[in-house]
Design a protein around this ligand. Structure first.
Ligand code: PMP
Length: 331
């Protein structure tokens, strides 16, 4: 067993803390005894400016999981259904049930791609929300804006479309586009500072949509949705936007290197726009995970595949070296 452990099971950001974040945290620690901006108004204003929209159309929250929960609780009456694609983020069914709603999982096509016609067909009069993940966790699939517009066209007026973009910054900007520019009042988009900005432990995310959709979330958590310390870090991270984008590009290049390496070894790995790849080994998933663990690489089985987060180059080298042995071609 190798003594070095590479933790590649949680899609974390392994790159250095963004410049200015540590200083902002230290500065805000000196003021934890004062109320500060309990409504995160400055952060919401700043996010609205970045998005080119009105502050009333952005609500900040304690990470995207909390915002997903608030959204579902605010918009789903008991007995409503929430249609989501599968495989996708494994927390969705739990969050949906927590909101008193019923999850309806729609399987992807033969290549595990999200199936627009099947999603539309699963919608009934009871459906309140359709939830899709872009890029999808774990498959890595990137949905372009035209795909999402076609889905909106296929949905009846009483259904909201919630797009979870937790990993958007790792995707090719030309491929993912910017769905927040689509002027449809049924559309909401949730994003997070946990992955691209490396602030998972501080819990900051935001959700954008029209005021009728966003407003009810403010009522489920009336104030201190984001602690002042986390607000300070998020604002500093936004100031470091160029560095953040450069780091995400480095992550994406490493992800593509791992993807290309695995495909060259004969593994079945769909292209990914996230900070991970999803290796489909069917009955050999567990064997592959055990083999990686013996090389000090910790990964996770998700749905029918093994999800390997993108780490620093050394960790990714360890993945490729172990995969090469597994594939029967020793170095
Ligand atoms: N959405 C997706 C698709 C995720 O994978 C995750 C984290 N694994 C989240 C949301 C939640 O992230 P956070 O609450 O840290 O923003």
């Amino acid at each position: 067993m190798s003594r070095i452990t590479h933790q590649l099971s949680l899609n974390e950001n392994h790159w250095p803390m963004l410049p200015g974040v540590r200083e902002a945290l230290e500065g805000s620690l000196a003021a934890v005894n004062v109320t500060g901006d309990a409504l995160a108004a400055r952060l919401e204003q700043r996010l609205a400016t970045e998005l080119g929209t009105a502050p009333g159309r952005v609500v900040a929250g304690a990470g995207s999981a909390a915002l997903l929960q608030q959204f579902l609780s605010a918009h789903c009456a008991p007995g409503a259904t929430v249609v989501h694609t599968w495989p996708s983020f494994d927390l969705y069914p739990l969050l949906i049930r927590n909101a008193g709603a019923e999850p309806v999982a729609v399987p992807g096509d033969a290549d595990d791609r999200q199936d627009l016609a099947a999603v539309a067909a699963a919608v009934t009069e009871r459906t309140r929300v359709v939830l899709v993940c872009n890029p999808n966790n774990p498959t890595g699939e990137v949905l372009g804006v035209p795909w999402l517009e076609s889905l909106l066209d296929a949905l009846p007026p009483h259904v909201l479309l919630l797009v979870d973009e937790a990993y958007r910054e790792f995707a090719d900007p030309a491929a993912i586009g910017d769905v927040t520019t689509v002027p449809d009042p049924r559309l909401a988009v949730v994003r997070t500072f946990s992955k691209s900005h490396g602030l998972i432990g501080l819990r900051v995310g935001y959700l954008t949509g029209v005021e009728e959709v966003v407003g009810p979330l403010r009522r489920t958590t009336p104030f201190y949705r984001v602690p002042t310390v986390a607000q300070a870090a998020a604002l500093a991270a936004l100031d470091a936007g160029d560095r953040m984008r450069a780091q995400c590009l480095e992550v994406a290049e490493e992800r593509d290197r791992v993807h290309a390496g695995l495909v060259a070894l004969g593994f079945d790995v769909p292209p990914s726009g996230g900070n991970y790849v999803w290796v489909r080994l069917g009955p050999r998933n567990q064997e592959f995970m055990a083999h990686l663990a013996a090389s000090g690489v910790i990964v996770r089985e998700v749905a029918g595949g093994v999800r390997v987060s993108t780490g620093l180059p050394e960790a990714n080298d360890a993945v490729l070296a172990a995969a090469r042995v597994f594939a029967g071609r020793p170095l």
